[in-house]
Design a protein around this ligand. Structure first.
Ligand SMILES: CC(C)(COP(=O)(O)OP(=O)(O)OC[C@H]1O[C@@H](n2cnc3c(N)ncnc32)[C@H](O)[C@@H]1OP(=O)(O)O)[C@@H](O)C(=O)NCCC(=O)NCCS
Length: 347
């Protein structure tokens, strides 16, 4: 648990996030004393004394064990120069995170890099439950960072903070973002699946897909619809002799949406249920799956759909998690809120 942790140096692709030292004064003061640079911060522009105080407090906080407020100096690996700072402040099993860069380094992805590192620290290292971030509603760069690292907008608080430095108003609006550990883990999983191999040049000429009991008859080969982010898919009728007893679809690819919808969707007509036909039909897809070089398939089912969960178990698919559906997903729009995620490894 976080109670015993001290503050360690973090490393990202292009940055070292380390403790502050007194030698950092000039670099910190160059952005902290500049009104354009700190326009959206509730503090500043800093006097020299205020910057020295900030550095001294940060140095002291970093030495505390357990550390409750992680104040990082962000140093470019390339130039070894301090180009900004970020922090994670604990409160129970939650934390608030924040960031600032010298404005010469804006819009180069460093904010996103720092944000990702802070979430990694908070969830992987400190095992936190929830992480929040807040900013002036006009601070596009900052809330884009929040969105890009997977945080969810939770609220807009009208006149919930002092107006930004160049405003003629007294109060400004505040945006509030948060992410749960489970959402962050889901996001990591999605990134993992989206990077899996999958080859689609064209629809594959289908071999005989039968096992002596069932056979699959292809009813549609649906091309991708890029604007909807839909991948190509095959639809099959599941047949027993001459009778159609259900349907099964295979989607070729890995996308954010498919993580929640799965590569395989099946249904067996009611009067034929309870005979193990759904797992049989899934197995009949394997030559097609392999032809497209896919090694892992996600099968999802509604939170309380015991029959579909049994199908996954019979296939030997691994239960991954109950995932909360994002608002943009079609299943969410249909009123569903959670799905079970299973991974079927067909290597
Ligand atoms: C907030 C801040 C850390 C963002 O850092 P950054 O390194 O510029 O962020 P990134 O490069 O990772 O950019 C994230 C996104 O925001 C966009 N963005 C960042 N700053 C922007 C700006 N000033 N205007 C328009 N877009 C901006 C980027 O283009 C990128 O968007 P995209 O990927 O959708 O194209 C930086 O702007 C900053 O230091 N601001 C002053 C301090 C501050 O306001 N801190 C936050 C207090 S809550």
């Amino acid at each position: 648990m976080q109670e015993e942790k001290g503050m360690n140096t973090l490393e990202t692709e292009r940055l070292i996030l380390r403790k502050f030292t007194e030698d950092d004064f000039a670099a910190v003061h160059s952005y902290a004393s500049c009104a354009e640079n700190i326009i959206y911060m509730v503090w500043g522009p800093n006097s020299e004394e205020q910057t020295r105080n900030f550095i001294n407090i940060s140095i002291a906080l970093a030495e505390k064990i357990p550390c409750k407020n992680y104040q990082y100096a962000a140093v470019s690996k390339e130039s070894n120069m301090l180009i900004g700072a970020c922090n994670l402040a604990l409160s129970g099993n939650e934390a608030e995170i924040g960031w600032i860069l010298h404005r010469d380094y804006w819009k180069r992805g460093y904010g996103t890099e720092m944000g990702k590192a802070l979430l990694d620290l908070g969830f992987r290292e400190l095992n936190l439950h929830r992480i929040t971030a807040h900013c002036d509603a006009e601070n596009y760069g900052s809330y884009r960072v929040m969105e890009k690292i997977g945080m969810r907008r939770e609220g807009l608080f009208l006149e919930g903070r002092p107006a930004h430095k160049l405003s003629d108003k007294k109060y400004g609006d505040e945006l509030s973002y948060a992410v749960l550990k489970s959402e962050w883990e889901t996001r990591m999983e999605i990134e993992y699946y989206n990077a899996l191999p999958c080859v689609f040049k064209d629809f594959f000429p289908l071999p005989d897909l039968s096992d002596g009991v069932l056979h699959l008859v292809c009813t549609a080969k649906k091309p991708a619809i890029p604007e909807k982010k839909w991948v190509p898919s095959y639809d099959f009728a599941v047949c027993k002799g001459s009778e159609k007893i259900g349907g099964i679809s295979l989607r070729i690819g890995y996308t954010d949406g498919l993580y929640y919808g799965g590569q395989i969707g099946y249904n067996i007509d009611e009067k034929h249920r309870g005979n193990g036909y759904a797992p049989r039909a899934c197995r009949l897809l394997l030559p097609v799956v392999k032809a497209h070089c896919m090694e892992k398939l996600i099968i999802t089912n509604e939170y309380k759909n015991a029959a579909s969960m049994r199908v996954c178990e019979k296939l030997g698919a691994r239960f991954m998690r109950v995932a909360r559906l994002p608002e943009w997903h079609d299943l969410y729009k249909e009123g569903k809120r959670f799905v079970n995620i299973f991974e079927w490894n067909v290597e």
